[in-house]
Ligand binder design. Structure first.
Ligand SMILES: Nc1nc(=O)c2c([nH]1)NC[C@@H]1CN(c3ccc(C(=O)N[C@@H](CCC(=O)O)C(=O)O)cc3)C=[N+]21
Length: 208
């Protein structure tokens, strides 16, 4: 499993000429790191010297991040599995008309899954950006830069996931499905852009 590799192994495996992992898994990993940083800032905001409001917010953030981290970690391997299914479908025989039809059907099916998986990642990354913004505004000020990095990782992961959705949609023949999902994906980009501006101004305010 990719998620059980060392950091060094994962980076080298990504760099190699083997087709997987690709940008989809890298996006999920970036999102997981983003969530883990917000979790850390929340943990650092639970001290005795913190006021009750801050501690309550931090407690909620820790809970949310725990789920985000688990799901995004799962996404690292799930994305590669989904993309591998696309590659396997392309390798199916295409000598006869029947084989061609079966292969085309398998490619279309696999493409939809390979688009839906990063869509799940993208949704989770919106949440990463939200917790990062919360921690920048209300968390321990000494760790404000960690909250900012969390937000930027969430943004990179969100946009990365969305471009993986879109590249797969470009190969999907079901135009109704593709158009609907493209609109959803575009909505997430817009949401991410708004959150990024808020994260940048909160970081500027707190850190300089
Ligand atoms: N959910 C999802 N996750 C992705 O990571 C994802 C995706 N969708 N959609 C498309 C892009 C593109 N990408 C590639 C990675 C490696 C090769 C690669 O190494 N290709 C070899 C072929 C390898 C072979 O055939 O075994 C080549 O072109 O020579 C190609 C493309 C991952 N993507």
């Amino acid at each position: 499993m990719l998620i059980n590799m060392t950091l060094s192994e994962f980076i080298d495996e990504t760099a190699s000429n083997s087709p997987a992992p690709g940008g989809g898994s890298a996006s999920a990993l970036a999102g997981a790191l983003g969530a883990s940083l917000s979790s850390m800032v929340a943990e650092l905001s639970m001290g005795k010297e913190m006021d009750e409001g801050t501690k309550n917010k931090a407690k909620g953030t820790i809970r949310i991040c725990k789920d985000l981290i688990r799901e995004l970690k799962e996404g690292v391997d799930k994305d590669t599995q989904a993309f591998n299914r696309v590659m396997d479908a392309f390798k199916m025989p295409k000598a006869t008309e029947d084989e061609k039809n079966k292969r085309s059907e398998a490619i279309q099916e696999a493409m939809k899954e390979a688009a839906e998986l990063p869509y799940e990642t993208a949704l989770l990354c919106i949440d990463v950006m939200n917790v990062a913004l919360d921690m920048l505004k209300a968390g321990n000020k000494n760790a404000a830069s960690d909250a900012a990095v969390s937000g930027f990782m969430g943004y990179a992961a969100l946009n990365g996931a969305v471009y993986n959705i879109k590249i797969n949609l470009n190969s999907i023949k079901d135009t109704e499905y593709a158009n609907e999902m493209r609109a959803q994906a575009q909505g997430l980009i817009k949401e991410g852009d708004l959150l990024l501006e808020k994260i940048k101004s909160a970081a500027k305010e707190t850190i300089g």
